[in-house]
Design a protein around this ligand. Sequence first.
Ligand code: SF4
Ligand code: SF4
Length: 114
Amino acid sequence: MLAFCGIDCSNCPVYRATMTNDEILKRETAEKWGREFGFVLEKSEMTCTGCRSEILFKLCFDCPFKECCSKKGIDNCGQCAEYPCQTLERFLRPIPEARANLDEIHRKFHGGTL
Ligand code: SF4
Ligand code: SF4
């Protein structure tokens, strides 16, 4: 279940915790992401049923990549002719697995090397 930004939502701890009602994983992820992102996250906020669903984790709610892909009529940033734009490049830096997902899609759609 690939998000617009290349993250595989099915591997996301918020998604997994939501789908399995795992309150411990929600708490641990709230603490971990809170430390990494530098703000307070509550366990009660750690609910998401995936990037393309109606129930979204708050940090994925106002997603610039979703908006941009939707305007271009593409499924994800890997399909974009401008891939990777600067905003996406910065976002992907700490998430190499998402970058790899999009690189592969981009090669399939546009060929060549990045
Ligand atoms: S949209 Fe939800 S499942 Fe996907 S990466 Fe964001 S928080 Fe995780
Ligand atoms: S310009 Fe392309 S790569 Fe950048 S956010 Fe928009 S769709 Fe994604």
